[in-house]
Design a protein around this ligand. Sequence first.
Ligand code: ZN
Length: 499
Amino acid sequence: MTNDAAYEELISRLKRVHVLGTVNSLLGWDEQVNLPPDSADLRAEQLALLAELQHAAASDPRVGELLTLLEGRPGEPAADQKVVLKYGRRDYDRVVKLPPDFVSEKARHSSKAFHAWAECRGRADFAGFAPFIQRHIELAKQEAGYLGYAAAPYDYMIDRNDPGMTAEAVGALFAELKKELVPLMREIVGSRVKARPGVFHGFPVEQQRTFLHAVTERIGFNYRRGRIDVSLHPFCDGSGADLRMTTHFDEHNPLNSLFSAIHETGHGLYEQGIPIERQGTPLGQPVGMAVHESQSRLWENQVARSRAFWRFFEPRFRETFSAQLGAVSSDELYLAVNAVRPTLIRVDADEVTYNLHIILRFEIEKQLFAGTLAVADLPAAWNALAQELLGLTPPNDREGVLQDVHWSGGMFGYFPSYCLGNMMAAQFWYKAQGDLPGLDDDFAKGDFSRLLGWLRRNIHEQGRRYDTRELVRAVTGEALSPKHLLRYLRERYLPLYRG
Ligand code: ZN
């Protein structure tokens, strides 16, 4: 067999796994957007079957044979082939070490736990949900054990989401961030300048939908290869060839759905920026969750909370909602866009306090995996940390430990990615501004194409050529550091709040 033929076969097999994954995504999207209430059992069976098929395709011994054959060829492989072999091997080894029974059990448990979470959250009933978390931790440890991480299961969960990262590295970055972020947050929160609460009332959902569609399309989302719908918890799934985003609407908080849609659009732009012909291979896959999050955060925060962005969109926003915005001044609108106020709910948090929500969850997960915190004691630990970091204690578990969907899917080690993504977004942002003078003028004209082009070239089109920290260094010439995020937060918020 020639080198070329073996490589072609490997690529086509990797793409097959990817296509099965997109079917899985679609069923998962439908589950959260459309599923009738009593159809959950069948969906659990469908997802379990899909997981089994995907696992079988990914763990097919032929994939292993092809990898071994190509790895054993004399001479240095071409650069692209090297990336495919490196990550093809990593993914294959991870998948063959997981028994099919384990994979389908985990999928089945995740589906049931999601529905249990939705019900228990509604009743603020942590005790009802506790056994599902407990089982998820057992499954996560079992999985880490299969992959040689029995002694450090939380490192496994982190590396799985962000290749190359460890709990220790994350802990060091978070400690450095927390030291300066807590005083900065106190200074902003203690300011006499405050966003006026309750300035927005009665924004019809249909008009919100139209406006956010126009905004997300203008910044570059391709609606011929994607759509946006409504779900309890906004998310973005699928591939660049068919991207599914969701948001949720509140008539009295139009900025919530708008910014959550811009956030998901940032994820979507990353996927849509990957050349279609490479999708499903390591040359056309995102690096990991933190890099993904850096893309959503950069559009949501650095771009969409800037004065330049609103210079273009404010007149359009006022035109769409003239009745609702008559008494709201430009300064009030801009302050509402950049309101800072500690809240109990992570998804409602501003970009200053958001990182403290993540540090809270990281501390809890670390202790859960170390066995120093029992699941039954989770609400008490959560409430104590919320008081310490945010100065707030949840009145019930719906506004505390039950608020996030992630643990219902066994997604541990995922929360840190949000904060790492914030750090990267700020680091990329300063680099892009250096490379592309006059970005603010572009934004004020409603032109986001130079920034999107820069992100495509430097990040989206790179696929998995670099791991998490290598990519930051390759793009910015520096190691990942929280100092850019701290600089950005100071530059954006201090002038506004020092009044
Ligand atoms: Zn996100």
